[in-house]
Design a protein. Structure first.
Lengths: 363, 383
């Protein structure tokens, strides 16, 4: 394995905190740093009240806290739980439910990384005398520039694009140069407590529930109409908040499979259309100046949701006053969802991105 | 250097206690059995009972073994109420959760609660108790010393008051923190029921006892066999009980020499912090708190951060009761004393034990000031 850490820069550093999630990646990151001689402490950010012992086995990813604690104990590293319940609710969970109410698709992990994990958490650690934070993300840093990790399939740089670049100064990604299978193999070889943990697919915010199950408690769901683009009634839905652009809709008796084309909160309406209508050859996104490093006319790869392959595109227009950017794709892409992030790459470097805006014809 | 200053949460098990328990574990018989295996186990249990009775100043038949302080408190309060029709019960505003929450539940079940307030030093206001007492008061439960501040309650003084106005009332005191750190015996106190726990006196976890004054009736809470005079069914935790007995025996000499030693360490700690850190408040009157407990509010810091930073230097302290450290709520004890909720967030409890040394206190006094200074620099609360 090639070393992913720059010698000299961090070797002066006294203490590194490793954020443990209870999974195999952060556990391996902790192992690597400890092995390389850093003075490490492990921290677990408690977003849901996992630390209240009566709830430990039923919160977020069940058992996450106890696995994290077991990992720290196994590697003989001090372990701390930081209570960020209030901040998580305000910054991530409430806006998450609110976005669905506004008919858009939120990116809770992007928000969490930029508002909590790579801003508030380092601040809290700094107050405790710890200057450097490491996480188990598959992503790479060169100075404060952000790149894809060596494992292109597992790459998590998409979720990190909104982190302010100056915040990367004191961050280490020990897994930057590793493949997932190498990480898993190493965790097994070292018998780390979470080495057999299955990959978690859902956002931790759902705590293992379905989106519908989660929203049921947070927003008022009412039955409404499903129509086609012209407004003709096709069927009934049980709450527009449950729908996201591109989602398949099961309607009996239709010749062709239909997908969500648009969600109209004001009318409590879901508009359905055929597959070809869901694809788009361009999107607009809103960016923040400090987080945008591309120029008009540039050829880029654009990733429009975390699970989607990047698409070749050209930055057709950058309107610096409105902070709106227009991307034109070489081939139409599937279901860009307002609220999700468009993240731009060139040669594996993240050049920033922004939040996808509703298309003109859907307003 | 490792410095353990959280002895009110739990204490290290004394080597003598470990030896006693290791020996007891080899005696595997059931104390209720009639054969020699059983007889030997019974002997261990009864020897422990007599050691504990000697330490508390009562007779052996007044001791019921339990699983710890929380069970003793529940058994005392709920078990005593099962023998009366009266529905009025009194407690203080600063009890441990084992009593505090038991009263909350009884309130929901229809009992009429009076919760007596404390002054700014955390001491029960006797006049308020006097006004609350009624002829139909069934039970009064007031702790002997508080776990968070160490404030010693005037239990001995209020017993005659209660006997006069509410002659039928059963009087309970939770002595879990006071035992071993305060010189008392149950006859002097005059209470009917008194709870103790082994792990606060260098004994094992999972063992405790309830003193039940002769003639006072307490009914079992769980059903089973005839163990512990039908009051606490279930095969005895022989090794745990042996550990409790040994720890209680060791706690008797503790009352003399070690109490004086801890008092002087406590004085040094308070003086040292006052000297080196400004903007603090010592919670409770040091003249009337346990010899081992110091509770200090540090303005403009979060207690949680202090704990973690000191921990990284090898020093263990706490924000309050170990049982509440997972919650964000400010301590009900400090709240009842009128401590400002923001200041309460920066409150730290230092609790010494019989193994605490002068050197350890000096190490704390070296490490603490820069931690507070650093946190205050970062604090959004700073004005």
């Amino acid at each position: 394995m090639k070393s992913t850490l720059r010698a000299g820069v961090y070797n002066q550093v006294k203490k590194v905190a490793v954020a443990l999630s209870g999974g195999v990646d952060s556990a391996t990151a902790l192992f690597l740093l400890k092995q390389q001689g850093y003075e490490v402490v492990a921290v677990f950010t408690d977003y849901f009240g996992c630390a209240e012992s009566s709830r430990e086995s039923s919160c977020c990813a069940p058992g996450a806290l106890s696995r994290a604690r077991a990992t720290a104990a196994f590697l003989d590293v001090p372990f701390y739980t930081l209570d960020l319940r209030k901040e998580f609710k305000e910054e991530v969970a409430d806006p998450f439910a609110d976005a669905y109410s506004r008919g858009i698709t939120p990116n809770p992990c992007v928000v969490c990384n930029s508002r909590l994990r790579f801003s508030l958490l380092p601040e809290k650690l700094k107050a405790m005398g710890i200057e450097v934070l490491a996480t188990g993300h598959y992503a790479a840093l060169k100075g404060t520039r952000l790149f894809r990790g060596a494992d292109k399939k597992k790459d998590q740089s998409y979720f990190l694009y909104r982190v302010r670049r100056e915040n990367f100064k004191k961050i280490i990604f020990p897994l930057a140069g590793m493949l997932k299978q190498e990480v898993r193999r190493m965790a097994r070889r070292e018998s780390l407590p979470s080495s057999e943990e299955a990959e978690s697919q859902d956002s931790c915010i759902l705590s293992g529930r379905t989106l519908q199950g989660y929203l049921k408690d947070k927003v008022k769901l009412r039955k409404g109409e499903i129509t086609d683009k012209e407004g003709a009634l096709l069927g009934e839905h049980c709450g527009y908040q449950n729908y996201t652009i591109g989602q398949g809709i099961g309607l009996g008796g239709m010749a062709k499979r239909l997908y969500v084309y648009r969600v109209v909160p004001d009318l409590n309406r879901v508009v359905a259309a055929e597959r070809k209508d869901i694809c788009r050859d361009s999107v607009e996104f809103r960016y923040e100046e400090e987080l945008f490093f591309a120029d008009e006319g540039m050829r880029v790869e654009a990733k429009l949701r975390s699970t989607q392959e990047p698409a070749d595109a050209v930055l057709e227009k950058v309107e610096s006053e409105r902070k709106i950017c227009k991307l034109r794709f070489r081939e139409p892409v599937w279901a860009p969802a307002p609220g999700q992030s468009a993240v731009l790459y060139r040669d594996d470097e993240v050049l920033g991105g922004g939040v996808i805006q509703p298309p003109f014809d859907a307003r | 250097m490792k410095v353990y200053l959280d002895n009110n949460a739990t204490t290290p098990v004394a080597p003598e206690v470990m030896d006693e328990m290791a020996g007891a574990m080899k005696i595997f018989g059931n104390p209720s059995s009639l054969h020699q295996f059983g007889v030997r186990a019974r002997h261990i249990v009864e020897e422990a009972r007599s050691r504990l009775a000697a330490a508390l100043g009562c007779s052996e038949e007044e001791i019921i073994f339990t699983s710890g302080g929380t069970e003793s408190d529940n058994l005392a309060i709920r078990g005593a109420l099962k023998n009366t029709e009266k529905r009025h019960i009194i407690t203080s505003a600063v009890e441990h959760h084992a009593v505090h929450n038991t009263f909350n539940e009884l309130g929901k079940q229809g009992y009429e609660l009076s919760r007596i307030g404390v002054d700014s030093n955390g001491v029960l206001v006797a006049g308020e108790l006097e006004r609350a007492l009624r002829e139909d008061t069934a039970l009064v439960s007031v702790m002997l010393a508080n776990n968070e501040t160490g404030a010693v309650q005037p239990v001995r003084e209020i017993v005659p008051l209660i006997r006069e106005t509410s002659p039928g009332a059963v009087i309970h005191t939770d002595a879990v923190q006071a035992f071993g750190k305060l010189d008392f015996n149950v006859k002097d106190l005059g209470v009917d029921l008194l709870s103790v726990s082994a792990h606060k006196i260098n004994g094992p976890k999972g063992a405790g006892a309830l003193y039940i004054r002769k003639g006072v009736k307490v009914k079992h809470l769980v059903s089973g066999g005839h163990h512990e005079r039908n009051i606490r069914p279930g095969t005895e935790n022989v090794a745990g009980i042996a550990g409790l007995g040994k720890a209680a025996e060791l706690a008797v000499p503790l009352k003399a020499g070690v109490i004086e030693k801890m008092k002087s360490l406590k004085q040094r700690l308070i003086e040292g912090v006052r000297e080196k850190v400004d903007n603090i408040r010592v919670n409770g009157d040091p003249e009337n708190t346990l010899c081992n407990t110091v509770n200090i509010s540090f303005n403009n810091v979060e207690g949680e951060s202090v704990i973690m930073m000191l921990d990284m230097e090898g020093i263990a302290v706490s924000t309050g009761s170990a049982c509440t450290s997972g919650s964000l709520e400010p301590s009900h004890v400090l709240k009842a004393m009128g401590v400002d909720p923001v200041a309460a967030q920066g409150s730290i409890r230092f609790s010494m034990g019989k193994y605490t040394t002068e050197e350890e206190i000096e190490y704390l006094l070296e490490q603490l000031p820069p931690v507070i200074l650093r946190l205050r620099k970062m604090s959004p609360l700073e004005g």
